[in-house]
Write a protein that binds this ligand. Structure first.
Ligand code: PRP
Length: 211
């Protein structure tokens, strides 16, 4: 039997995904060991390989077929826009992609004034402002702690993930517009979906029952 290879997103999401996998009989103790530097884990009995990758790389592994299946956030799937099938919403890691900023920026946003938008998600921001809102903005790519940008005057607003809202609250920012609801999704390589249809379909069915 050929190994079915699954790419998980490193970090919080990996733990929650493994909890779900355990419920459908896919266990991999070794992968939960925080001290291990190992990158790939094999369950010989099930013919499954699981590896951990940085979120934005998961769709890349899946598009090229280095992984048959990937589990990652809808934010990353939207941003990367890779050729793959999105087959299942796992209902974990729920949050929202939003335009956020101080309330004054909300007014400038409403009047379609030229504003600067800082974000880790330039493609999502572009698609939202250019294609959906037909609004010209200046997009500034950052790599983290995006909430800093409007505070220090780098941008008027940000496009970022809001989960509990506490980062915004603690920094005097607000949700100004909601772009999309987010959660973890299962994605599948387009060739694998045909070649390994039986095993992948069974995994989707099993997961659906425990979600
Ligand atoms: C994410 C996101 C927000 C925060 C939202 O950042 O970019 O900053 O979480 O969560 P909250 O609404 O529950 O406060 P993350 O911690 O992933 O790190 P980053 O700032 O480096 O992107």
């Amino acid at each position: 039997m050929r190994y079915l290879t699954i790419a998980l997103t490193k970090g919080r999401l990996a733990g929650q995904t493994l909890d779900l996998f355990e419920k459908v009989g896919i266990s991999c103790e070794e992968i939960r060991d925080k001290n291990t530097r190992k990158l790939i884990f094999v369950n010989e009995e099930l013919g499954i390989k699981i590896f951990l990758a940085k979120g934005p790389d998961v769709p890349t592994y899946v598009e090229y077929g280095a992984a048959d299946i990937g589990i990652t956030g809808k934010d990353i799937i939207m941003e990367e826009n890779r050729k793959l099938y999105e087959v299942l919403d796992l209902g974990i890691g729920k949050c929202r992609m939003c335009v956020c900023g101080p309330l004054e920026a909300g007014e400038r946003l409403k009047h379609h004034e030229m504003i600067r938008v800082a974000t880790k998600y330039p493609n999502i921001a572009k698609d939202y402002f250019y294609n959906k809102k037909h609004q010209t903005v200046d997009i500034i790519k950052l790599n983290g702690s995006i909430e800093l940008a409007p505070i220090v005057g780098l941008s008027e607003v940000i496009v970022d993930i809001v989960e509990t809202g506490s980062t915004l609250r603690e920094n005097g920012l607000n949700v100004l517009e909601e772009i999309a609801p987010l959660s973890a999704r299962m994605v599948v390589n387009q060739v694998s979906m045909k070649m390994e249809n039986e095993r992948i379909s069974k995994l989707i069915r099993d997961l659906r029952e425990v979600i």
